[in-house]
Design a protein around this ligand. Structure first.
Ligand code: NAP
Length: 526
């Protein structure tokens, strides 16, 4: 582990600013010294990416698939070194590290299969009608093409799956875009190991130098310079609302504004209807105690807001959930700074007028471990106080007791955009609350029925995103194969000679992909 930046295929450490990662379990610094990228190195990485784009954009789906599969293989070959580094930089357990590695590798294979098949470019062909009156119809052929160099910012809480070679990077490389990763300072070592796996794969499969770079940083300057760089054409971000919004504003103030696909924090409202509370009170309390504390509550899909209509069963649920949640052993947070932010967020929330702390882990906890906390307010108080709507990143949730269904509807309608919404109901109960369901749909990217929001399946039908501030563009998902669409633009050829068209659009359809030809889905030749 050299602690250097990868500027394309070359290791580089020209700067004087250094930092170390931190092991929150042992409450001590890790050994490796990382060197932050300098302005020169940032320019070099972006110029290389820009140069690499000229050839990488034309690399065949089959060769991109080799590259993506080689990255996955190289990640697996890192073996225990990767797992140990991950754990030492996150405080997360080995099982989670292995699970996240499986997901990361699975995503790379998924995109490899997608580009190998080739139909993802959504080729659409409308052949000419020269004899059309009053004017002839031209031949038009459309497909997705890559945007150009993409900068990826990963989040602290997913050192693998939403970081260096996580979903954003895999999707961008699959689309044909070179990637420059702004490595997360909390897991720079994990990032560096993964970066080497990507660089080695690029060399093994003869991808152009600059198709991937990994830049270290311990503050916001490197990220800001990357976001402002004229040759960067899009940004993928996973993290806090504050960080995502800052980058979004920066990118839109550029002379050439660029898209920022920021996936940000969320409080993921859970609505528990009265009949469900009556019949499943205890089991729901157990389920939700586990979901709120899963991964020390450090998930963007953590259920941070539970809504119910005031009655004796809701009161019973608050007691049951309180009892269950404090039975769970506290666990370690990702970093002292995250533990500190959680502590501040909890205190800020608990100082709010008319808010009650109904459960809080009371025994001693180790350094950087989080005390799970449950609070409770009335619907009227929640409606009046926007501070209560903010994410407290950690094992925290607020239960809101609404006066009636109308107030519940009003609260949901006033919520900010969310990644998920959950409805807990008995059979046939939901149809009596159709207004609430549709208000919830209007605020979220994914609706869950009788489950928990934690756990994001990677598959084509997953939407991981939502109205702002859950994400900066609710039209796209950050998870699943359709997330590739963030890194492409539609492009049309008009009356272009067949031999000059890309294979995807040629009459003979040499890639045998599925295309929309004169309004009909077909893989036939024209
Ligand atoms: P973060 O503090 O926003 O940091 C994310 C990355 O962005 C870091 O590399 C950070 O750099 C950089 N950054 C932050 N502010 C910046 C700015 N103003 N300019 C340039 N770069 C900036 O978030 P985090 O603590 O790592 O992650 C936790 C958050 O992520 C939670 O809110 C969680 O809900 C959210 N999350 C969302 C999803 C999703 O898919 N929606 C998934 C996972 C996590 P420095 O650290 O160097 O400052």
């Amino acid at each position: 582990m050299t602690g250097k930046n990868y500027i394309g295929n070359k290791l580089s450490a020209k700067g004087s600013k250094t930092f170390k990662t931190f092991n929150p379990q042992t409450n001590s610094e890790n050994d490796t010294v990382f060197t932050e990228a300098t302005t020169d190195e940032i320019h070099e990485a972006v110029s290389l990416a820009s140069e690499a784009f000229k050839t990488y954009r034309t690399v065949s789906g089959e060769n991109k698939a080799h590259f993506l599969n080689a990255i996955a293989d190289n990640i697996m070959s890192l073996g225990d070194t990767l797992i140990q580094t991950y754990c030492s930089e996150s405080g997360l357990p080995e099982g989670r590290a292995k699970g996240e590695r499986g997901r990361t590798v699975g995503q790379l294979h998924m995109f490899a299969n997608l580009v190998k098949d080739g139909s993802w470019v959504e080729a659409s062909i409308d052949t000419a009608i020269p004899e059309r009156e009053p004017a002839p119809k031209p031949d038009l052929r459309k497909m997705h093409i890559p945007l150009g160099p993409v900068v990826v910012f990963g989040a602290s809480n997913f050192p693998l799956a939403y970081s260096t070679a996580g979903g954003d990077t895999a999707a961008a490389l699959a689309a044909g875009c070179p990637v420059i990763v702004k490595s997360h300072p909390m897991h720079a070592g994990t990032g560096m190991l993964i970066a080497k796996a990507v660089i080695d794969a690029a060399e093994q499969t003869e991808m152009p130098n600059g198709v991937f770079s990994n830049l270290n940083s311990s503050g916001i300057e490197v990220g800001e310079q990357l976001a402002k760089h004229p040759e960067v054409k899009a940004i993928g971000f996973t993290g806090s609302i504050r960080g995502g919004r800052a980058l979004y504003d920066l990118a839109s103030r550029r002379e050439e504004p660029i898209p920022v696909f920021a996936e940000m924090g969320s409080i993921n409202p859970v609505v528990i209807l009265p009949e469900a509370l009556q019949s499943r009170n205890e089991s729901l309390a157990k389920t939700y105690a586990n979901s709120i504390t899963l991964g020390t509550g450090q998930f963007c899909t953590n259920p941070g807001l539970i809504l119910g209509i005031k009655d004796e069963n809701l009161t019973k649920f608050i007691i049951n959930l309180s009892e269950e949640i404090i039975k769970i052993d506290p666990s370690c947070m990702l970093h002292p700074k995250i533990a500190e932010a959680y502590q501040k967020g909890r205190i800020k929330a608990s100082e709010q007028k008319d808010l009650h702390i109904v459960a809080e882990y009371q025994h001693e906890v180790k350094q950087n471990y989080a005390r799970q906390t449950l609070t409770n307010v009335s619907g009227a108080t929640f409606l009046k106080n926007p501070t209560l709507h903010q994410e407290v990143f950690g094992p925290y949730s607020i239960i809101v007791e609404c006066d009636d269904a109308e107030q519940l509807h009003q609260i949901i309608s006033k919520l900010e955009g969310q990644l998920t919404g959950t409805l807990i109901a008995e059979d046939g109960e939901a149809k009596n609350y159709s207004q609430i369901v549709s208000a919830l749909q209007n605020r979220v990217g994914r609706l869950i029925y009788n489950g928990v929001p934690t756990g994001v399946e990677v598959c084509p039908s997953m939407t991981h995103g939502g109205p702002y501030p859950a994400s900066t563009d609710s039209r796209f998902s950050a998870v699943g194969k359709h997330s590739i669409k963030r890194w492409v633009r539609p492009f049309s050829y008009q009356d272009w000679p067949n031999e000059l068209l890309p294979d995807e659009l040629k009459n003979e359809n040499p890639l045998a992909i599925l295309r929309l030809v004169n309004g009909k889905q077909t893989s036939e030749r024209i």
